[in-house]
Structures are given as C-alpha cells and as structure tokens.
Design a protein around this ligand. Structure first.
Ligand code: FAD
Ligand code: EPU
Length: 332
C-alpha cells in the first residue's frame, strides 16, 4: 500500500495500491496497456483532488517535464510539459520579461491540470493563453492535439471534464502570449494600482491570496470546494426581492453567476468546525482539514452546506474539487 496523505493538499490519510510516475506520453501508453482494465487515478499535484479513503487502484503521477520557448514577431510560444508546476512557470516567464500569466499567480498544481478546469482567478482564465493541448487518447492509443476552440473552455470547464472525461492523459500544453502586453486590472482590488506592471500585479495577487486563502502547506485544503453557481434571471430576480444585497456577476443575457461564498456566509457556516473539518473563516468557500479530519466528516459538512443552500436559495451547488472514494469519483 502506498500513502497518499502528502500527495493531495487536503491531506486526509489514504493509501493506494501502487504509484507509478509518468515521464512521457509513450510511457503513459505502456502503463495503460499494462493496467488493462484495472482502476487508476491520474494525479498532478493533488490540489484539486481529495482522497476520501483508501483507493483500490494505481496512482499515475504526472512527471512530464520541460519548457521550450519559441518566438515570432508578435508572440511568445511556450511548449510546457504537463508535470511542470504552474506557479514556477509564471516565475520562469517573469524572469524573462514574458507577461500575461501574472493574475494567475500562486494557483497550486501542474501545468497539465490547468486546461482541464480552465483555472481562473482575478479576472483571467488560462484559456486566454492556450493555443493547443497535446494528449494521449486512451480510446485509440494515439497522441492527439486539440486547438483552443476544440477544447470548448468555459467557467471551470472544458472538453476534458465533459466529452473526453476519463479518456485522456495530457502531455503538453502550448501557450501563446502576445508580446504587446496589457495589464488586466479589471478586478476591483487590482484597480487600486496606477498603471501596474506585470510584476506589480503578480505581487498584489500573491498578497491578496495569502491574506484570504489558507496555505495548504500549513492547513489542508483544496481551494474553493464548490463552483460559483450560474443561475437564470428569473430565480435571481426572485432571490433579490428577499436579499437586496445579493452579489452577482453577469454571464450572458439570461444568466448571472452568484458567489457561493456569499450564500454560505449568509447561512452562518463560516468558521463552523466539525470532526476536524472547518468552513474557513476568511473564505467560506474553502473547507479545511486541521489534520484530524476524515473523508466522512468532509462529506457530512459539505452535504450540510449544499442542503442548506438548496433549501434557502433554491440553488444546487456543485463540488469543484474531485472527490475520490475507494473505487472512483463521487459527488456531494
Ligand atoms: P490534481 O488535483 O492532481 O488533478 C486534477 C484533475 O486533473 C484530476 O481529475 C486528475 O485526474 C486530472 N489530471 C491532472 N493532470 C492530468 C494530466 N496530465 N492528464 C490527465 N488528467 C490529469 N483553481 C483555480 O482555477 N483558481 C484558483 O484560484 C485556485 N486556487 C486554489 C487555491 C488553493 C489553496 C488550492 C489548494 C487549490 C486552488 N485551485 C484553484 C484548484 C487547483 O489549484 C487547480 O484545479 C489546479 O489546476 C489543480 O492542479 P493539480 O496538478 O494539483 O491537479
Ligand atoms: N464573500 C462573502 N464572505 C466571505 C468571502 C467572500 O460573502 O467571507 C463573497 C463576497 O461577495 C465576495 C465574493 O464572495 O465579493 C467573492 O469572493 P472572492 O473574490 O474571494 O472569490 P470567490 O468567488 O469565492 C473565486 C474562485 C477562486 C479564485 C477567486 C479570485 C471559484 C469557485 N473560485 O472565488 O478560485 O481564486 O475567485 O478570482 O470560482 C479555486 O478555484 O479553488 C479558487 C480558489
């Protein structure tokens, strides 16, 4: 049995039957052939994955490395191995005066996982810079590539979470960053800096994140536990009559996004502690593990939150984190 506690940032005690490291897509193909039909879970840095209990299968840990830089007159193009660390890539770019990623500073995890849920923060989503994604297609055994358009990116969403779910191993992400950089300072707290440089945005984002979000090295967590729900205008207008201060962000002519943190805060869960699991005091969308939590305690608190939100607001929360049980993924 192989311990997983340090391989996922939520830090629950769990084991897998074995762990294999993948250094290339050719190696991934060999492993998949060897596993033939047995259970496995592909793992980056485990910052969006919670192992609720022992996993009856193999862990395939992505260790595909390498950063190659190509230049045209107008763009930088980066070909990055799926196992590179996301934040380290941003630092690598800043050190070479390559700008664009700075709003996404300090998001934990690997480059290969970034397109899967289209990581986003402080007014930017990674899809903006993705040119294409190379992956091993598990159905055909071939290495294929998807263009930005084919990835069908959305809020915390892509083809990898939908039609291709469970059928791919990402090996490389190709990014294209325009040389003519423009700051993205639309997010309220970034507007306070006059004509910010990329380094200033990077520093501000790091500062804001450190102030709000618990550091997984100190207290176990997997970032936002739920997605921010997108609801129709009819429900929104109905809710607004009861809660005038309900915040919202426009999505399109028919839908708005509601901050789940506000709903959870309003229901009084902030700071609630139960069985070693806590609804974080400065960001109630984040659930934490004080070191004594269990998978069962986490599911219990998460289900209480989900039920209360449904009852009070008629909104169905959906977990953003991937919850892995003994034999695969489960939902709250
Ligand atoms: P893992 O958890 O290891 O894997 C995530 C999923 O991707 C799993 O389904 C796994 O099977 C699959 N996977 C991983 N690599 C591959 C591959 N190469 N091929 C095929 N499948 C693969 N996210 C945001 O979007 N914005 C934020 O601001 C943000 N803040 C966070 C803050 C904290 C403190 C934490 C702990 C998490 C935060 N997250 C955020 C979530 C997380 O950082 C991202 O989802 C990240 O992209 C996960 O990377 P990972 O390598 O740890 O993925
Ligand atoms: N809020 C409260 N009470 C609180 C905290 C927040 O009511 O204690 C409300 C406020 O109205 C606030 C709003 O929630 O304006 C939004 O809060 P915040 O800006 O902290 O962002 P979020 O919507 O909770 C999202 C992402 C984060 C990302 C931040 C910054 C999702 C699910 N989460 O959080 O991503 O870092 O925006 O852009 O979309 C993650 O995915 O793991 C993650 C951390």
């Amino acid at each position: 049995m192989y311990p997983l506690q340090t391989l996922h940032t939520f830090g629950l005690p769990a084991c897998a039957q074995e762990i294999e490291y993948i250094h290339s897509l050719a190696e991934a193909k060999q492993l998949m052939d060897k596993l033939a039909g047995r259970s496995y879970y592909i793992l980056g840095e485990g910052s969006n994955t919670v192992f609720l209990e022992d996993f009856a299968g193999s862990i395939l840990k992505i260790a595909i490395k390498g950063i190659a830089l190509h230049e045209s007159a107008e763009h930088y193009e980066l070909h990055v191995g799926a196992g590179e660390n996301w934040h380290a890539l941003i630092e690598w770019c800043l050190a070479r005066d390559i700008y664009g990623f700075e709003n996404l500073a300090l998001i934990p995890g690997t480059v290969g996982a970034a397109p899967i849920q289209n990581i986003g923060a402080y007014g930017v989503e990674v899809e903006q810079f993705i040119h294409s994604v190379d992956y091993l297609c598990l159905a055909s055994g071939e290495v294929k590539s998807l263009t930005h358009k084919e990835c069908r990116f959305g809020y915390r969403d892509s083809i990898f979470k939908q039609q291709l779910a469970g059928q791919f191993v990402i090996g490389m992400v190709k990014f294209r960053l325009p040389k003519s950089w423009q700051a993205n300072a639309r997010y309220a707290e970034l507007k306070t800096i006059q004509n910010p440089s990329a380094e200033e945005i990077f520093a501000k984002v790091v500062e804001m994140r450190q102030a709000k979000l618990p550091d997984p090295k100190i207290i176990g967590n997997a970032g936002s536990f739920f997605k921010n729900p997108i609801i129709g205008l009819t429900l929104y207008q109905h809710l607004q009559q009861r809660h005038h201060e309900l915040p919202s962000y426009p999505v399109n002519a028919k839908q708005v996004k509601i901050p789940a943190a506000w709903l959870i805060d309003k229901l009084g869960f902030k700071g609630k502690q139960q069985g070693g699991i806590c609804c974080h005091v400065s960001q109630p969308l984040v659930l934490t593990n004080d070191g004594s939590g269990t998978g069962e305690a986490l599911l219990t608190l998460a289900r209480q939150i989900k039920q209360a939100v449904k009852q009070e607001f008629g909104i169905e929360l959906e977990n953003e984190v991937l919850l892995v049980s003994n034999n695969g993924l489960v939902h709250v």
